[in-house]
Design a protein around this ligand. Structure first.
Ligand code: SF4
Length: 203
């Protein structure tokens, strides 16, 4: 079972397969082993203790960042993520920045506003934007909650930017025109964050 793996300069942490979306570009539709050389589909979700032990088995100071990314949407395990962040900050001096890669639906998924709990735990958040309009967003990400997921994502970004040092919106350039990408950029600016455009083959 792969809980942690190196990718680029970072250590990626995989706690769940669950997701409330079915994005048209999701790598879970492809052969993950071909992309990452790991089998990322978890036979069962690791306990917080097992995940922490796995993370601490690495020399964490060698990484540029630690990234909670899931193979699914990591905020399904937000309580475990918060607990692990606290333990890591207690146990490791010179801890690299901790990033969360998310679709921004964490408050929707957990049926509470999780943003205040992120302060002091996370250094960075990358939120998948994927589209500049709610209609396009739902067409691309196919969220279980429909249009409510768009509003939840925007609210999560707006509020997170107030308590987490670095919040970035990301968009995959999958079938995106330059006009759409510029509209995404404008949306990010309006939310007070920056936009990062990722290529389809990038993680
Ligand atoms: S949010 Fe991420 S894990 Fe979920 S379907 Fe989209 S790309 Fe896949």
């Amino acid at each position: 079972m792969t809980i942690t793996y190196e990718y680029g300069d970072g250590l990626y942490i995989n706690l769940t397969n669950r997701c409330d979306c079915a994005c048209v570009f999701c790598i879970r539709k492809n052969d993950s082993e071909a992309i990452f050389d790991h089998n990322l589909w978890l036979p069962q979700e690791p306990s917080r203790e097992d995940a922490l032990a796995d993370i601490l088995s690495w020399d964490l100071t060698q990484f540029s960042e630690l990234v909670f990314c899931g193979y699914g949407e990591p905020t399904y395990r937000i309580d475990e993520i918060l607990w692990i962040c606290d333990r890591l900050r207690e146990a490791v001096s010179n801890l690299p920045p901790i990033r969360l890669n998310t679709n921004g639906h964490g408050s929707l998924i957990n049926e509470r506003n999780i943003v205040p709990e992120l302060a002091g735990r996370l250094d960075r958040i990358s939120v998948s934007l994927n589209a500049s309009t709610p209609t396009e967003y739902c067409a691309v990400t196919r969220p279980r909650a429909g249009m409510a997921a768009w509003d939840a994502m925007l609210e999560f970004v707006r509020e997170s930017a107030k308590v987490v040092p670095e919040v970035v919106l990301t968009v995959v350039d999958y079938e995106k025109s330059s006009e759409e990408l510029e509209a995404c950029n404008q949306l990010a600016t309006n939310l007070g964050v920056i936009l990062r455009v990722r290529s389809y083959t990038e993680s």
